[in-house]
Design a protein. Structure first.
Lengths: 113, 112
């Protein structure tokens, strides 16, 4: 069975600094998708970034980038120039061809002024 | 531009009462999902549907039933609510180029 592990329940970072959130997963599939979702205090789940496993190039979206290491089954999220609005819970998620998304337990990030 | 809409947003129930959560999406998505979110547990899949008239069990289906009579609607029912079902419930639909999930705003359910 596929699993997703986020080993950092809570993290904090100073405004304008860089922070990396860790995610590891376990699967025997060769083709799959990985996602990072953000859940601010408003509770709305927002897609931050996604990565297709067949693509070697790491995905980037403005200040957000990933370090995807397929062999190590690692998918970390880097947030550069952290802003107060980045304060949120972040979930890593995995999708293969079974239609089921597997979510990690989340990392609560607090950006400090 | 509604996207995924859940009703109600908040509800308090007594043990043994029943209720239905409604999820509606206007994006013509085939796949729809119900998750529950509990502290330290992430999002756990309750039931899902891959198309109108179909439903399937997820990770934690016990105590819940679902129906997908119309493509745009996915209903989650609690026949006899229990305190263990106190949670925040999220509906989501799948679409987009690489199957990203679009979420509703969540429904907070408290069972006393």
């Amino acid at each position: 069975a596929q699993t997703v592990t986020q080993s950092q329940p809570e993290m904090s970072v100073q405004e304008a600094e860089t922070v990396t959130l860790s995610c590891t997963y376990d699967t025997s599939e060769s083709n799959y998708y990985l996602f990072w979702y953000k859940q601010p205090p408003s509770r709305q789940m927002i897609l931050v970034i996604r990565q297709e496993a067949y693509k070697q190039q790491n995905a980037t979206e403005n200040r957000f980038s990933v370090n995807f290491q397929k062999a190590a089954k690692s998918f970390s999220l880097k947030i550069s120039d952290s802003q107060l609005g980045d304060t949120a819970m972040y979930f890593c998620a995995f999708l293969s061809g079974t239609y089921k998304y597997i979510f990690g337990t989340g990392t609560r990030l607090k950006v400090l002024a | 531009n509604a996207g995924v809409t859940q009703t109600p947003k908040f509800r308090v129930l007594k043990t043994g009462q029943s209720m239905t959560l409604l999820c509606a999406q206007d994006m013509n998505h085939e796949y729809m999902y119900w998750y529950r979110q509990d502290p330290g547990m992430g999002l756990r899949l309750i039931h899902y549907s891959v198309g109108e008239g179909t439903t399937a069990k997820g990770e934690v289906p016990d105590g819940y039933n679902v129906s997908r009579l119309k493509k745009q609607n996915f209903l989650l029912g609690l026949e006899s609510a229990a305190p263990s079902q106190t949670s925040v419930y999220f509906c989501a639909s799948r679409g987009g180029e690489v199957g990203e999930l679009f979420f509703g705003e969540g429904s907070r359910l408290t069972v006393l």
